[in-house]
Design a protein around this ligand. Structure first.
Ligand code: 3HC
Ligand code: NAI
Length: 696
């Protein structure tokens, strides 16, 4: 069946797009629209309603066609044909009207949206800019400043704001887009309205000062990405040209961005997230409406808030009533914050905190829970004791999950009489904000328990990534590797501040020592103390980090770590004595420092990350390279416009990374043991992306 059909119905003609899942503008949809406009022109209908079936109006260009040679008809021409119609075309919108979808709507002569519609031009989030008239029609509809904000942020705009801005002409509470469009068409017919073409609206202007301020603002927020500024400049340049020339100009700038590594990386990230969420099992999820949470500390509170936000009922168990009350107060505060920021209504907040949430200390309250998530101290004995109790009180078939960061989920499952119901759900802090959820599948975990975990992730709006069992799973195991590379750089002569600067220069929001200060330096210290007795003698210890902790400098929470946090510098300034302290440690250890340039720092940091990732893949802990990218992008601040470590490695070339590792290994063969998989791929001239293709 055709993806676009024309339905004549007397005075009104319907142009109906039906191309699941999101009515993207594939070549078939573009051709279908062009044909339908031709049919409408020849039909007796006096006005057309353009709408989509399914979950949404057109959600944009077809991203899967990017990177391939463009095939006609091209979208700008299709939109020009819609706009040129001598009879009015009204776009009736619902769902997410994004990118090329909004550009089609802007080509129509009127736009009505159902309540709940969201619109936006997210092209910059894909390393692109609007390429089918968005940079020229939007400013004519809403003015330069507002259009610049919409285009360079890529954000989605709710229906009420879209109406306010003038992107929509009207909102409708009709049951569907066809009904809304019909009512609007009848109004146009009654009023005898003629087409209003945005391309014919005079171009708005802007003063030099206002433009300079806009450019400075976009430059600040672009964080090293090229697309946002290019989009702004193209819009402004085009507005001083005749419309057809401006369209040519936009098109060539769009096609130039299509060739950038930034575009390739961002599209890779888009598909990596969606590929990760493909369930590795074929099973139906169990129900999970009633969620139990054990432990109401940092993670328990965040997970509770995430579950409440997803519409689930939560029962939280703490060690005593006082601790339970403290957890309740913490969650209430979090939800109050959400109300203040306009993310939650007061009514919903009250329903969550008073009706859908219970906190106490009696495990018996979990007897009816469908799914229980444990988030107590990171200690095997404590966790095993909790699971023994859960085994006693929970109903048969309840899913029992642990939020452990490092511990062996098989050992936790082993103390229950139902290991098939046990799984790891590794949330990230703050759990109601961070989108990553590692789903740790244990030896005996049943397929429908895995399916339940993926369904929970979807309900919570999380990016789910499956992981096997190892110390730290995918993310924390890699974190340890690249943090260790940073520590070695400092032991050998780099300053921690130089390392942080070099790493933020790659696009990470923070360097490893800034992250250490934020998390608390005592955490790494405690881990090193615990592992001291069994440590391999070849392992190099960051003694400088131990000295800081022993001097009471725990990072942000104590006001000082590598950086000083006070009223003068709430985000931290380098502590002046750190370089001396490190120099003293080097001298105590008999190490002769040498200098590193920023490029070598970055190469070593990234090589450690990629090498460990290849080992994780080889061991089957991660199912595919793009899953590792999704983890680093969403849990560890990896710059999205570089696509993730695996994509980055493919871009740089695996042979270059292998050569670097071999040269580092000359001095430290223990730490720099080369991954056999990485070596093999490099020697065969292959890329990590080839393994993605194989597994999908
Ligand atoms: N092209 C091709 N496939 C797309 C797509 C697109 N634009 N948008 C979504 N899909 C696919 C997804 O890959 C997914 O496929 P899968 O089921 O096989 O994994 C499926 O549609 C459903 O997508 P989601 O899982 O993301 O569904 P959600 O309901 O969570 O979200 C959405 C829907 C908000 C539309 C989200 O998919 C989205 O943000 N899509 C991208 C929208 C976008 O960036 N559009 C602009 C494209 S650039 C452009 O238009 C250029 C123009 O100016 C010329
Ligand atoms: P936390 O110390 O803030 O909270 C732990 C809570 O568990 C405390 O409130 C404690 O009273 C409670 N508790 C301890 N034993 C209990 C028991 N037997 N029954 C009921 N409650 C009990 O710790 P946090 O940071 O919340 O960590 C919890 C778990 O989450 C750990 O396994 C940790 O490794 C993991 N995790 C932590 C992350 C973080 O960034 N903090 C990130 C991801 C996972």
């Amino acid at each position: 069946m055709s993806v676009v059909r024309y339905e004549p119905a007397g005075e009104i003609g319907y142009i109906v797009v039906n191309s699941p899942p999101v009515n993207a503008l594939s070549v078939a949809v573009r051709q279908g629209l062009l044909d339908a406009i031709g049919t409408f022109a020849a039909d007796d209908a006096r006005v057309a309603v353009l709408y989509c079936e399914g979950r949404t109006f057109i959600a944009g260009a077809d991203i899967s066609e990017f990177g391939k040679a463009p095939v006609p008809p091209f979208l700008p021409d299709v939109i020009a044909a819609i706009e040129a119609s001598t009879k009015p075309v009204i776009a009736a919108l619902h769902g997410t009207v994004l990118g090329g979808g909004l550009e089609v709507a802007l080509g129509a002569h009127g736009r009505i949206g159902l309540n709940g519609t969201r619109v936006g031009l997210p092209e910059v989030t894909l390393g692109l800019m609007p390429g089918a008239g968005g940079t020229q029609r939007l400013p004519r509809a809403i003015g330069i400043e507002k259009a610049a904000e919409v285009i360079t942020s890529g954000r989605q705009i709710g229906a009420a704001e879209a109406l306010d801005l003038g992107i929509l002409d009207a909102l409708s509470d009709a049951a569907d887009a066809r009904t809304a469009g019909t009512a609007e068409a009848q109004r146009w017919l009654a009023e005898g309205r003629a087409p209003r073409r945005l391309s014919e609206v005079p171009a708005p202007g802007i003063t030099d000062d206002a433009l300079a301020a806009l450019r400075a603002k976009v430059d600040r927020t672009a964080r090293g990405q090229v697309a946002p500024l290019r989009a702004l400049d193209t819009m402004i340049e085009g507005l001083s040209m005749p419309f057809p020339a401006a369209m040519q100009h936009e098109r060539s700038a769009f096609l130039a961005l299509m060739q950038t590594p930034e575009r390739a990386a961002l599209i890779h990230a888009f598909f990596a997230e969606r590929a990760a969420a493909q369930m590795p099992v074929n099973a139906r999820p169990r129900q999970f409406q009633r969620v139990g949470i054990i432990g109401g500390g940092t993670m328990g509170q965040g997970i509770a808030a995430a579950a409440l936000n997803a519409g689930l009922d939560v029962t939280l168990i703490e060690r005593d009533q006082a601790a339970a009350d403290k957890a309740l107060a913490g969650i209430a505060r979090m939800q109050d914050e959400a109300v203040k920021r306009g993310k939650l209504s007061q009514v919903d907040r009250d329903a969550m905190v008073h009706d859908r949430f219970r906190a106490g200390s009696d495990y018996a309250a979990l007897s009816e829970s469908d799914l229980v998530i444990e988030a107590v101290f990171e200690n095997m004995d404590v966790k095993q004791e909790v699971f023994r109790q859960l085994d006693q009180v929970c109903r048969p078939g309840a899913v029992l999950a642990t939020n452990t960061s490092y511990l062996d989920v098989d050992q936790i499952a082993g103390v229950t009489g139902r290991p098939q119901d046990v799984i790891g759900l590794h949330f990230f802090s703050p759990a109601n904000v961070m989108r990553l959820l590692e789903i740790v599948i244990a030896e005996a975990t049943a397929p429908d328990v895995v399916a339940t975990a993926f369904a929970l992730a979807k309900a919570m709006g999380k990016i789910a990534v499956p992981s096997g069992i190892c110390d730290g799973f995918i993310g924390n195991r890699m974190l340890l590797a690249y943090r260790t590379a940073a520590d070695h750089l400092v032991l050998d002569g780099a300053s921690p501040f130089q390392v942080d600067r070099a790493v933020t220069g790659l696009g990470f929001p923070m360097g490893p020592y800034q992250v250490g200060d934020l998390a608390g330096l005592d955490i790494g210290y405690a881990t090193r103390q615990r592992k001291a007795a069994t440590r391999d003698p070849r392992e190099r210890v960051p003694v400088f980090a131990d000295r800081l902790v022993e001097a009471g400098r725990l990072g942000r929470k104590s006001g000082q770590g590598y950086y000083i946090y006070d009223a003068e510098s709430p985000k931290g300034r380098p502590a002046p004595d750190v370089d001396d302290l490190v120099a003293q440690v080097r001298s105590d250890l008999g190490l002769t420092p040498r200098s590193f340039d920023d490029e070598e720092i970055r190469d070593r940091y990234m090589a450690a990350m990629v090498n460990e990732a290849a080992k994780i893949l080889d061991e089957g802990i991660a199912a595919k390279p793009s899953d590792i990218d999704a983890v680093l992008l969403h849990g560890y601040g990896f710059p999205r416009h570089k696509g993730g470590p695996m994509h980055w490695a493919d871009t740089v070339g695996l042979d270059r990374i292998v050569a670097n590792i071999l040269s580092y290994a000359a001095d430290d063969p223990y730490f720099w043991a080369l991954s056999p998989l990485l070596e093999k791929l490099a020697s065969e001239g292959r890329r990590f992306a080839d393994l993605n293709a194989k597994s999908s």
